[in-house]
Design a protein around this ligand. Structure first.
Ligand code: NAP
Length: 253
């Protein structure tokens, strides 16, 4: 009788785990897109410090190695080319993207990177049955008349379309919308999470990285979109509680 109860408890535990997605454990391999970028480098540092292995998706492995050294493994790819993403995601269950269009190259404009590239990544991640994809987007994406749209090829409008593609892809995700990015050190203060895209503020890239890695580890962050700014509060210790206050996104039809 007692044996039956034990077996039932085990079965329940296994079913619960299967339903909620498996937890991210130290040693897990995480793909980072945009790993050579200023936020991407902080994400790699944060993941390594937390004991995760990193596969960096890079366009140019030689120059990437000069930036990231031997702390990561490399997958050569470009978010504009879907097959390179399918290959890069092999054997991966978690990914973070901090890609962004480059101003000088019209072939790498926001439409092709922040929209189509993000869509390619989300669809590849859904195809590879990832447990979680975290995307760095931007605050202000819902503001058509934002000055950044005039300054840089409608970058925020394209990012909004990229976000929509992530939500529609079916992959479990977190969309992080930081305010203005700085290169100040991270972990010096708390963060402010908002929803509705009405706020303003700034945040160090290192703190964006901390939030991305925390989101990867927290089921409470799944299928949430939120703005992210620095706050004049002590650094966070309970990320699950912070993410737990967020509303889930409306399911996409
Ligand atoms: N600047 C701000 O104040 C601000 C505010 C809010 C949000 N954001 C957003 O936050 C994100 C991170 O910003 P950041 O300043 O850290 O970025 P960044 O330094 O400009 O880095 C961009 C990264 O994207 C990669 N990339 C570009 N095109 C690619 C492609 N076609 N395929 C694969 N990788 C590609 C770059 O790789 P390469 O080394 O190959 O070029 C680089 O690693 C961006 O999405 C940005 O728009 C920025």
């Amino acid at each position: 009788m007692r044996q039956m109860a034990t077996i039932r408890a085990w079965v329940m535990a296994v079913l619960l785990l299967a339903g909620s997605g498996q937890a991210l454990a130290a040693g897990e391999l995480v793909l980072v897109a945009g790993a050579t970028g200023r936020t991407g480098q902080q994400i790699v540092r944060e993941l390594n410090a937390a004991g995760f292995k990193v596969r960096a998706l890079v366009r140019d492995p030689a120059s990437a190695r000069a930036v990231l050294g031997d702390s990561v493994e490399y997958a050569t790819g470009d978010v504009r080319q879907r097959p390179t993403l399918d290959a890069a995601l092999r054997g991966v269950r978690y990914a973070i993207s901090a890609i962004g269009a480059t101003r000088k190259d019209p072939a790498n404009a926001p439409e092709f990177v922040d929209f189509q590239g993000v869509r390619n990544l989300a669809e590849a991640a859904a195809g590879a049955k990832l447990e979680q994809l975290v995307i760095v987007s931007s605050s202000g994406v819902t503001h058509k008349d934002h000055m950044l749209n005039k300054m840089f090829n409608n970058v925020l409008l394209w990012k909004a379309q990229g976000e929509a593609a992530v939500r529609a892809s079916g992959v479990p995700y977190t969309i992080v919308r930081p305010g203005g990015l700085t290169d100040k050190p991270g972990g010096q203060s708390g963060v402010r999470l908002e929803q509705g895209d009405q706020g303003t503020g700034v945040i160090p890239r290192a703190d964006v990285a901390r939030v991305c890695v925390a989101a990867l580890k927290s089921p409470a962050a799944r299928n949430r979109t939120f703005e992210l700014y620095s706050a004049q509060t002590p650094p966070e210790t309970d990320w699950d509680a912070l993410f737990g206050k967020l509303k889930a996104d409306e399911p996409q039809s």
